[in-house]
Design a protein around this ligand. Structure first.
Ligand SMILES: [Zn+2]
Length: 366
């Protein structure tokens, strides 16, 4: 066999090597783990798939390597060992390159997949939304704190009442005009939703007798059509103090102290004569506007005063209804609404906002 043929065969080997090196160029960075900066799992998985194809093309039956191997039998006998060695060398190089890249990618993918499945403690979690107390509850708690510090107990009682506790025991006999203004919701069994927290006065005095000091915050119900200042369900705070020698001065002092602690020491109070069946004498109490200091503004409708609620000295008939002797004991009682007070404090034009439970509205009181 002429010399030239062996040279051609050697060139064939070199050509096969070049073809492989050219294509393998894009996998060359995977021949070791030092050049993988910025490589993503998706890219590595794609490279791994392409590498499988590359192996088939460069080591399979139709590969240039396979063609070169077939030439081994055709070269001159004296050159065959040498040529065979060259082909062997090429095959070793190709397989080694492919295997190194395959091993690097396999390791990278394994680590990256584990990383992806690991819980990343640095990621912001899906925090449960933290709620907060309703503005009515916040105000109620402030009021409770004030009266507890004045030595009052907090009474909680039933919302479904009999006529007796809602009216009769409070000196509002059947046919009394005060019943009409407090029309509430009745059941067919003769029960009614309480129209005032004054019912708790009776329960508390029956249970604890005199002397006692208590407040009773709670829901009351009236047959009102909802509008900006009315709701069929609203909150009242009832207060009662019964002891020996209690006078109107104690009532005025207590309620003045209350508004001072709630709104500030500069708040003034005034009492206007009024009428309630269960107190005698009775009064309406106003306090000077916490917004304008009494000059007159939108909050106080220009008057400088805000109405707190009704109060008075407990009617002797109410004390008699719970077997407390009005010759020995006397007391005062008061009641005011929480909703309108909250509406004033939070500058709400409509008390219905307090019951619609729209989170976008309630969130601002956090
Ligand atoms: Zn004002």
């Amino acid at each position: 066999m002429p010399e030239g043929q062996t040279v051609d065969h050697k060139q064939t080997v070199e050509a096969a090597r070049k073809a492989f090196e050219q294509e393998f160029g894009r996998f060359a960075r995977f021949r070791g783990s030092n050049n993988l900066d910025g490589l993503t799992l998706v890219e590595a998985e794609a490279a791994q798939r392409e590498l499988v194809d590359a192996r088939t093309r460069h080591t399979g039956k139709k590969s240039a390597l396979a063609s070169v191997k077939k030439l081994i039998g055709r070269v001159a006998a004296e050159d065959r060992a040498d040529f065979g060695q060259q082909v062997q060398q090429l095959e070793t190089e190709i397989v080694a390159s492919l295997e190194e890249a395959e091993a690097t990618l396999k390791e990278f993918i394994s680590v990256a997949r584990t990383e992806r499945e690991r819980i990343d403690v640095t990621l912001p979690g899906t925090r449960p939304r933290r709620g907060h107390l309703h503005p009515i509850t916040l105000l109620r708690q402030r009021i409770e704190d004030i009266f507890v510090s004045l030595g009052y107990a907090i009474e909680d009682d039933r919302e479904i009442e009999t006529d007796y506790y809602n009216f009769d025991a409070l000196n509002i006999p059947e046919g009394h005009p005060a019943r009409a203004s407090q029309d509430t919701f009745y059941t067919t069994e003769g029960f009614a939703l309480r129209s005032q927290t004054s019912t708790v006065q009776i329960h508390a005095m029956e249970r604890r007798t005199a002397p006692l000091r208590m407040i009773a915050p709670g829901r009351v119900f009236r047959r009102d059509t909802p509008d900006a200042t009315h709701n069929p369900m609203f909150f009242q705070v009832e207060g009662l103090c019964v002891d020996r020698g209690i006078t109107m001065a104690h009532l005025k002092g207590t309620l003045s102290e209350f508004v001072h602690r709630l709104f500030g020491p500069e708040i003034k109070t005034r009492f206007r004569p009024s009428y309630f069946p269960f107190t005698e004498p009775s009064a309406e109490m106003d306090y000077s506007c916490f917004k304008c200091g009494g000059k007159g503004c939108r909050t106080c409708k220009g008057s400088g005063w805000i109405e707190l609620g009704g109060c008075g000295m407990v009617h002797p008939n109410v004390l008699r209804a719970v077997s407390i002797d009005p010759e020995i004991f006397s007391g005062f009682a008061f009641g005011f609404g929480l909703d309108r007070m909250a509406a004033l404090m939070y500058k709400l034009d409509d008390i219905r906002l307090l019951f619609e439970n729209d989170v976008r509205f309630l969130e601002q009181f956090n």
